[in-house]
Design a protein around this ligand. Structure first.
Ligand code: GDP
Ligand code: MG
Length: 407
């Protein structure tokens, strides 16, 4: 399972995985971590397959990393390095990006320190032997330190102005549906399955900007943006927790959250609790925050195709009694149409009814309301059109923002 997760993480970075194996080692090797036989075996494989990156799913010291890179003649990264790469590629908000950069710098700094201690030990503590190597490290370390201080300051600024994110959200033209869940739960497979054949022209915009966002049309004709997120990772190194949470910040702005679960996974229940706890901390799902109702969370019970008949019956029964759960298989498509319908219902249920007057000269606003909402009643007079409309909360906020911009 752990190996599968590591492969999943590598795939999240769009790396093509050509080989994966659990290495057992009997003795601790400070120089290369792995035993000589293992290093040689992989050296042949790496050369034959033209491997460009090797991931060691555990911590590597800088020395071990360098020695393995030399032995294998390819880039070698460890678990923390890999996770940081994923976060860096996926952080979307300003805060997320800063938080990830901060974690990266701290990681680099810890490695510099370790290299330095190592050199010092070799020198046996004779200060006068300090060579150019040391001063280079010293200055690298100082530069990193300066940048870290600066980043922390920027982060505070960003946090102070966090309310501005809401404005950014109002600019998104459709309700946002975010996929969350553990790595390997099947988020990306479901993402691709759901958008299959339903990609919109407007999607071109997102396709070029960001492959993890897609516009799609629900059965009712309602358009939404589906957003894949960074997955939860088991045994996340503690230094990376803040960076991980920052990558989930976009979920706070979502209109509906799809919590994708691998129900065939032995730790499925524990994973569910982890995800719900973190979402709760972020103010997603559960109770209303600041008078704003928390967005609905739909639990997507994925990998139905892997269940035994008995397990399946149990979950089918559960899901039948709970509108918040749906059994699907992203792999064979089972339940996916049902899921899209459920999404439609959730978005419709959240609709708000409001009364607005649109001036006679404001044809654009009128057209906007007809396009995004459902006009329930309309009366026209010399002041303009008086409408009663039902709108998604997200659209209502966008409409108000739009009107404020005009006023
Ligand atoms: N059997 C089965 N495998 C699935 C299903 N959904 C995803 N997978 C597999 O699970 C692995 C992880 O899927 P992926 O979508 O990358 O997970 P993510 O990390 O949550 O994005 C891949 O090997 C998928 O082929 C499913 O419904 N059934
Ligand atoms: Mg994925």
């Amino acid at each position: 399972m752990r190996l599968e997760e590591a492969v999943g993480l590598a795939r999240a970075l769009d790396l093509k995985v050509v080989g994966a194996e659990v290495a057992r080692f009997t003795a601790f090797r400070p120089s290369t971590l792995l035993g000589e036989g293992t290093v040689d075996k992989w050296k042949a494989f790496i050369a034959a397959e033209h491997v460009e990156v090797t991931v060691i799913d555990g911590p590597l010291s800088p020395i071990q990393q360098r020695n393995l890179e030399r032995a294998w003649n390819c880039k070698v990264i460890d678990r923390t390095g890999l996770i940081l790469e994923i976060f860096a590629a996926r952080a979307r908000t300003a805060e997320g990006r800063l938080q990830v950069e901060l974690a990266q710098l701290m990681y680099q700094r810890s490695r510099l320190v370790r290299t330095w201690t190592h050199l010092e030990r070799q020198r046996g503590g004779f200060g006068f032997l300090a060579g150019p190597g040391e001063s280079q490290l010293e200055s690298d370390r100082r530069q990193l330190g300066d940048r870290i201080v600066q980043l922390k300051r920027e982060l505070e600024d960003v946090r102070r102005t966090r309310g501005l994110h809401r404005k950014a959200r109002q600019r998104v033209p459709y309700p946002v549906v975010a996929l969350v869940g553990y790595t390997n739960a099947g988020k990306s497979t479901l993402f691709n399955r759901l958008v299959e054949g339903r990609v919109l022209a407007a999607d071109m915009l997102f396709a070029t900007l960001d492959p993890t966002m897609r516009a799609l049309k629900l059965p009712s004709g309602r358009q939404v943006i589906l957003s894949d997120t960074v997955g939860f990772i088991s045994d996340l190194p503690t230094d990376l927790v803040a960076a991980f949470r920052a990558t989930l910040e976009e979920v706070q702005g979502a209109d509906v959250v799809l919590h994708v679960r691998d129900v065939a996974h032995p730790d499925s229940e524990a994973q569910r609790r982890d995800v719900m706890a973190v979402l709760g901390d972020l103010g997603v799902g559960g109770q209303a925050v600041d008078g704003k109702p928390a967005q609905p969370v739909i639990e997507v019970l994925n990998k139905a195709d892997l269940l035994s008949a008995t397990e399946r019956d149990i979950l089918v029964n559960h899901a039948a009694r709970d509108a918040g759960q749906i059994l699907v298989s992203a792999l064979d498509g089972e339940g996916c149409d049902h899921l899209l319908q459920r999404l439609d219902e959730r978005l419709a249920a959240a609709r708000e009814v409001l009364d607005v007057t649109v001036g006679p000269a404001d044809g654009a606003s009128l057209a906007w309301l007809y396009r995004h909402g459902e006009v329930l009643t309309r009366k026209d007079d010399e002041k303009g059109a008086h409408l009663r409309v039902s709108l998604d909360p997200a659209d209502r906020a966008r409409f108000e923002h739009r009107q404020a911009g005009r006023g």
